[in-house]
Ligand binder design. Structure first.
Ligand code: SF4
Length: 412
């Protein structure tokens, strides 16, 4: 019988049930047409929307489903035909293309005929300007309002005046949502949702930290699957309960020295987006070489633990501005080095995701600087989050072999 790849976690079944519940709840809200559904960018103000009674749907999560189900290639051309360049975010093009095609992977998975229709769309440009273009296109197509937060990026430090400006923008979004929201705004409800979001974030962070143990009981390929609730259900009790259960299971695996990668030989840090359509193939490839991807910038990005329910607006602004993608090159470099060291990584892989410059940190000399300053082997892997034309498995395999030989030399 073929050996199973990756962490064998019983939480996987709970995850499937939780995600089905999340999507079917959205479906029910779509069908009764009470206007309860809001679409939100992934690092948008989900807590605020939830506190005002919205059910929150995330187009980026839907785009990742298109990538993981390897259906993005069939939907992107529709968006290209609308004038969206083939060089821009393949989340955007695959998602808008899917909408134009009347296609969603949720049909096969859960019998949903379409993604739930929103009564409002809310974005935060802290991650990129693309989310604004993406959501404004939907605003025009669906005839619904679009509200946005325009965050500064490339931040070294979080200056109080910058945080105050973004906090004021969050409050303006609250005012814009007021006539559309299922429930009136209540400070108490926001505090409650933020407390749940923080609790889930802390648990998610602790789950990821278990990969610092040797051998790692789970790896990046598992992280990308189990991160779904912290993206789409943060601010709910279900997310807290899910991660509490997952953490307990991971602690058991760690205590029993159960390795996600049998015979773990190499520990590697991953920077950049997942290559969604290749998760299984890459997981098998890395596992075959005894290489465990123990930590990543991407999965850490949903650790939003600085939320303070007693200082809602300021702490919400500070938390979202503090996310990795918003920070300066110097901050990012120091962060990646620190995390690689904390998790005992002997080398780093930078995924140069061709259609997402914002999540590709290999383009301004960072890999070379880290290699020189830290003496760590570094590999830049060419690919993309969703566009399969940008990735060659065979070329990556060859380059990975060379990289792992360097790691072997460094081990000696
Ligand atoms: S961060 Fe990258 S992948 Fe995400 S929406 Fe922006 S351009 Fe697309």
């Amino acid at each position: 019988m073929a050996e199973k790849i990756g962490a064998q976690l019983e939480s996987g079944e709970r995850l499937k049930a939780l995600m089905a519940m999340y999507f079917l709840d959205l479906k029910a809200s779509d069908e009764d047409a009470r206007g309860e559904v809001a679409w939100c960018s992934s690092v948008g103000p989900a807590e605020l929307l939830r506190s005002m009674g919205f059910k929150v749907f995330f187009p980026e999560n839907h785009a990742a489903l298109l990538g993981a189900s390897r259906t993005a290639a069939q939907t992107m051309p529709k968006a290209h035909a609308l004038g969206f360049s083939q060089d821009i975010c393949s989340y955007l093009t695959s998602d808008i293309g899917a909408f134009c095609s009347g296609f969603t992977p949720l049909t096969k998975a859960l019998g949903m005929e379409r993604v739930p229709r929103p009564s409002v769309l809310v974005y935060n440009t802290s991650q990129c300007r693309e989310v604004k273009d993406w959501f404004e296109w939907y605003g025009r197509a669906l005839g619904v309002p679009v509200l946005g937060i325009h965050s500064p990026v490339e931040l070294d430090t979080l200056l109080p005046e910058v945080v105050a400006d973004v906090a004021a923008q969050f409050q303006r979004v609250r005012d814009g949502l007021a006539p559309l929201a299922p429930s009136p705004f209540s400070p108490g409800a926001l505090e409650e949702v933020m407390a749940l979001s923080r609790e889930a974030s802390l648990l998610w962070s602790r789950c990821l930290e278990v990969s610092a143990r040797k051998p790692a009981p789970w790896t990046f390929f598992d992280h990308t699957i189990h991160m779904a609730p912290i993206v789409v259900l943060r601010g709910t009790r279900q997310a807290v309960d899910y991660y509490a259960g997952l953490l307990a299971e991971l602690e058991t695996h760690a205590a029993e020295s159960r390795a996600a990668v049998p015979g773990e030989r190499f520990r590697v840090y991953w920077d950049g987006m997942p290559i969604w359509g290749q998760l299984r193939a890459l997981s098998e490839l890395f596992s075959g070489y005894g290489a465990a991807l123990v930590a990543s910038t991407y999965c850490n990005s949903w650790i939003l633990e600085d939320q303070d329910p007693e200082d809602s607006w300021t702490s919400m602004a500070r938390t979202y501005l503090a996310t990795f993608i918003c920070r300066s090159e110097a901050y990012k470099e120091a962060y990646i080095v620190r995390k690689a060291r904390e998790f005992g990584a002997g080398g780093l892989i930078f995924h140069d995701s061709k259609t997402c410059p914002h999540n590709s940190n290999s383009r301004y000399g960072m890999p070379q600087r880290i290699k020189e300053s830290q003496g760590l082997p570094v590999l830049v892997m060419e690919g993309d989050l969703n566009d399969p034309r940008c990735f060659s498995f065979e070329e990556s395999r060859v380059r990975l072999e060379v990289f792992l030989e360097q790691l072997e030399e460094a081990r000696k």
